[in-house]
Design a protein around this ligand. Structure first.
Ligand code: PMP
Length: 303
């Protein structure tokens, strides 16, 4: 395969029929998004947000891009803005993985930290404040920009349909901004209304009505209901403990040679739980957003 820019490596990731033992003879298929060049599912979003901002006239060749992010969107955006030589400021709550922040800076982005206890809401507020101060700046704002679910509706979702010939019983994915889940669920339900859409959150996230608290599972969990969920049919919300998510992270490395982050562990734990409730021989599709290698400093493999 001959290429001339890493951007060409975004998307068309493998879909693995996981060799794990699944209840009821069902199969779990996982989209391996760590194979994107920036190492996560958010490369798709970064490229799409920049293209969308240019097309809508929000971005010209002197625009400063500002975005609140847990990290992977920052890396995806920095990859995309680098190709256009645009100054990029990423507002990141301090708690998020050091590896992600080092990578964002390596790509040329500047980082502004906000206090961990203010969560993503603190980062959103700071990004909006910076945008007021910096002339010709643009905040794509993944948390409410419809281009976020659209990025997945137009790229990842059709890849799933192209790779599978059988009907999909259920689609399972975690939610941070909710863009991944909303974009793919909407597309799959348009193809087949019988496909169930199951959203995954860590304990400490508020979708199931539980109390908000800190969690170790990184990249998913919400502090407010994503606006993208408003017109979406969500069949079930599964809340997964940090312990269950990290147990699957260890299993996948130890037995199947797969390095995945904790949001992937939560997605697998939820898929297995769901499989036990579905008819025999069901097809479950999920998404593994990134690799464990960006969480080694957080001792992702320690029990
Ligand atoms: N997993 C990881 C590792 C992530 O970085 C993100 C994005 N924050 C997600 C899952 C959730 O994706 P989304 O924001 O599209 O809900």
């Amino acid at each position: 395969m001959l290429i001339n820019h890493v951007q060409q490596l975004i998307g068309n990731t493998p879909l693995i029929d996981l060799p794990v033992t699944v209840p009821n003879g069902s199969h779990i298929y996982a989209k391996l998004e760590m194979f994107n060049p920036g190492g996560s599912i958010k490369d798709r979003l970064g490229a799409y947000l920049v293209q969308d901002g240019i097309q809508r006239g929000h971005i010209n060749n002197t625009t400063t891009i500002i975005e609140p992010t847990a990290g992977n969107t920052g890396i995806g955006l920095a990859l995309a803005t680098q190709a256009h030589d645009l100054r990029t400021i990423l507002v990141v709550p301090e708690k998020f993985s050091m590896e992600k922040q080092v990578l964002m800076q390596a790509l040329g982005a500047e980082i502004v930290h906000t206090p961990s206890e203010q969560g993503i809401k603190g980062a959103i507020k700071k990004a909006e404040q910076l945008a007021q101060e910096i002339p010709n700046s643009y905040v794509p704002m993944q948390f409410k920009n419809p281009a976020n679910p659209a990025a997945y509706y137009h790229s990842l979702a059709p890849e799933i349909i192209a790779d599978l010939s059988q009907p999909i019983t259920a689609f399972v994915a975690g939610a941070g901004s909710g863009g991944t889940f909303a974009g793919i669920a909407a597309y799959l339900q348009e193809q087949d209304a019988a496909t169930k859409a199951i959203v995954v959150e860590p304990a400490g996230s508020i979708l199931n009505g539980g109390p908000a608290h800190a969690h170790r599972t990184e990249g998913i969990g919400v502090e407010f209901i994503p606006p993208f969920f408003e017109h979406l049919r969500i069949d079930q919300t599964l809340t997964i403990s940090d312990n269950d998510a990290f147990a699957q992270v260890r299993q996948l490395a130890r037995h199947h040679g797969l390095f995945v982050g904790s949001s992937s562990g939560a997605a697998l734990a939820a898929s297995l739980q769901l499989a036990a409730t579905l008819p025999a021989n069901s097809t479950i599709v999920t998404v593994f957003p990134d690799s464990s290698e960006r969480y080694l400093s957080q001792n992702i493999y320690s029990n």
